[in-house]
Ligand binder design. Structure first.
Ligand SMILES: NC(=O)c1ccc[n+]([C@@H]2O[C@H](COP(=O)([O-])OP(=O)(O)OC[C@H]3O[C@@H](n4cnc5c(N)ncnc54)[C@H](O)[C@@H]3O)[C@@H](O)[C@H]2O)c1
Length: 263
């Protein structure tokens, strides 16, 4: 889709986990709105493909293979953005994995892994990107509806997403006077490769689709583009007086009462 209003014209944006899913949709949307985007993903082939497709569509994109758990690679990611685009205006901490398990069923290794990929990565990326950011810059962190509600079997994952909101608030107040805004989004269920995998492995995919759809007041899953448009809003000057918030992008999941039906 061509966006006539280019709210992100010439801004330099780093998006982690941008080879697929919500990150990729965000990269596409940012490029359509005029931003120069750095696709950072552990999947180097996917990152290169995404950057190539954005350039072919008329956008400006670069890519770098980045494992967000590796501090040196995060530093290299930020340096690459500065080298290619001479600045860092926007950071989207999107990379994340859904590691299932309750407190008693998940291994300590699984706990550490989900903390490192989903949460420590946010700290590291902000740590190295913020010194390059000037007045008017924006950071968007990826939380989840699972930070706001209880879902059995997702203790570690939900903990990372709850901590993402706290870290967003703390960073927002810390850097507000430097003109850096920090916000988060909390998506409901979005059909991305991450969830496709759960469906592929489900015994009854149709029943799973209905039960997940029914968890949203709108009665359906979300699309990656519907999260990307809110991230673009938070990255743009359209949200210039918004900082430290977490916007649910969840089709009404959070407000659906126990007796309500999505049907
Ligand atoms: N899909 C949903 O329903 C949903 C809901 C709420 C929140 N989220 C969050 O949104 C974010 C994106 O989710 P998605 O559904 O688009 O996932 P996805 O699996 O479709 O894409 C995630 C991307 O992150 C990359 N990635 C994974 N580990 C990485 C690492 N160590 N370093 C760098 N990149 C890495 C993957 O290669 C992939 O390209 C995640 O933080 C996820 O927790 C997703």
């Amino acid at each position: 889709m061509e966006h006539t209003v280019k709210r992100l014209q010439d801004r330099a944006a780093i998006i982690t986990g941008a080879a697929a899913g919500i990150g990729r949709a965000t990269a596409d949307r940012f490029a359509e709105e005029g931003a120069r985007v750095l696709i950072a993903d552990i999947d180097g082939v996917g990152a290169e493909t995404a950057a190539g497709e954005i350039e072919a569509a008329g956008g400006t994109a670069a890519w770098i293979q980045t494992d967000v758990t590796d501090e040196a690679q995060i530093q290299a990611m930020v340096s690459h953005c500065v080298d290619r685009f001479q600045r860092v205006d926007i950071l989207v901490n999107n990379a994340g994995v859904a590691v299932p398990g309750s407190v008693t069923s998940m291994s300590t290794d699984a706990w550490s892994r989900v903390m490192d990929i989903n949460l420590r990565s946010m700290y590291l990326a902000m740590r190295y990107a913020i010194p390059h950011m000037t007045h008017g810059s924006a950071i968007v962190n990826m939380s989840s509806g699972q930070a706001l509600l209880g879902f059995p079997g997702w203790a570690g994952y939900a903990a990372t997403k709850g901590a993402a909101i706290a870290l967003t608030q703390q960073t927002a107040v810390e850097y507000a006077r430097q003109g850096i805004r920090v916000n988060a989004v909390a998506p409901g269920t979005i059909m991305t490769p991450l969830n496709q995998k759960i469906f592929d492995e489900a015994k009854d995919a149709e029943a799973l689709a209905k039960s997940w759809g029914d968890q949203h007041a709108l009665g359906r899953f979300g699309r990656s583009e519907e999260v990307a448009s809110v991230i673009a809003f938070l990255a743009s000057d359209d949200s210039s007086f918004v900082t430290g918030v977490c916007i649910p992008v969840d089709g009404g999941m959070r407000i659906l009462g126990p007796t309500a039906s999505a049907e």
